[in-house]
Design a protein. Sequence first.
Length: 361
Amino acid sequence: MDSMNQIVLKFPEVGEVESIKPLTSGLINQTYLVRTADKATADYILQCINHNIFTDVEMLQHNIEAVTAHIRKKLEAAGEDDIDRKVLRFAKTAEGKTYYFDGEKYWRMCVFIPGSQTLDAVTPESSYLVGLKFGEFEAMLADLPEKLGETIPDFHNMEFRMKQLREAVAADKAGRMEKVGGLVADIEKDADEMCCAERLYREGKLPKRICHCDTKVSNMLFDDKGNVLCVIDLDTVMPSFVFSDFGDFLRSAANTAQEDEPDLTKVNFNIEVFKPFAKGYIESAKSFLTPQEIELLPYAVTLFPYMQAVRFLADYINGDTYYQIKYPEHNYVRTLAQYKLYQEAKKAVPEMKAYIASLLG
C-alpha cells in the first residue's frame, strides 16, 4: 500500500487517498481502483503498463492522449453533457506526462467512471451496440490530424504472420512437421487470397484507419440502463485496416464454441451475431468507408480465424514458445478449431455479402 501511495502521489490532481484495491479485470496490465478521501472528487484507475508487450510507452501514451483529446473535442463541439463518462481522461504527473516510470515499471492513472459496467455476454442486442459504437469510434477519429504509431508492430499483418509460419516450418524445431504437413499445405492454398489487404494497401487501393484493434464487448462501458458510455482499453489503438475492428470481434463473438474446442462439430459461424454487428457498424461507419472497404468486410470475417490458426500453428511447430498451453497438444487443438471456424465463415460469405447489400440498398 505504501509503495502504491508513493506512485499515486506522482499524479498531483488525485489528492488524498482513502484506499487502493486490486481490480480483477484486465489480462495484460495490473489494475487498481484508487478511492479518494474526498467524496466530492473523482476516484481513479491505476494501471501498471506491461512494457514487455508495449515496448514504447512514450508512443503508447501519445496515441492514447491524441485519440482521447480528439474524441473529447468532438463531444464538446456536439454539446454533449457528462463528457468524463463518454471518453477516458488520464491524470498527469507534475512534469505533464500521462505516465510515471518508477525505475522499473510504468504507471498511469485515468478517471474512474462511476455507475459503469462491462458486459461479457454477446447477444444480438449487444452485438448491434458494439458494432455501432466501434464504427462511431473509427468515424470520430477519421480526421485525426496527428500521426499515430503502431504500439504492437505488424499485429494484424497477414503477410507477417505467414512469414512467421514459413520460418517455423523451415526450422521444425519441435519435430512436428510430419504431423502437420497436410494442414500447412491446406493453409498455404489460401495464403495469397488472405494476404490481399497488404497487397491492396501497397497498390494505393486500401487505406489504413485509426482502429481499436481489440474489439470485444468487454472493451466498452455501459451504464445501468444498458446504454454505451465509451470505448476503453485503448492500448492497441493504432493505424490498421478497418478489417481489424470488424473481423476480430466476430472471430470470437460469432463462434458457436470456444477457440480451443476439441469437438469440431461444435465449431460453427453464427450469422445471427454477424447481422446486428454489421448493421450497427455500417450505420455509424458508412460516412467514411470506401466501396472497397465495404466490399471486403466479409473477407475480414474470414481473415481473423485464418490468421489465428496460422499463429497457433506456428507456435505449435516452434514447440509452444509464445502462447500458454494447458496440455501438450493445446496449440494444435486451437489451430484445428480456428481453421474450422475459418472454413465455416468462408461458407457464409455469400450470405454476408447479400445482407450487407440489403443494408446499403
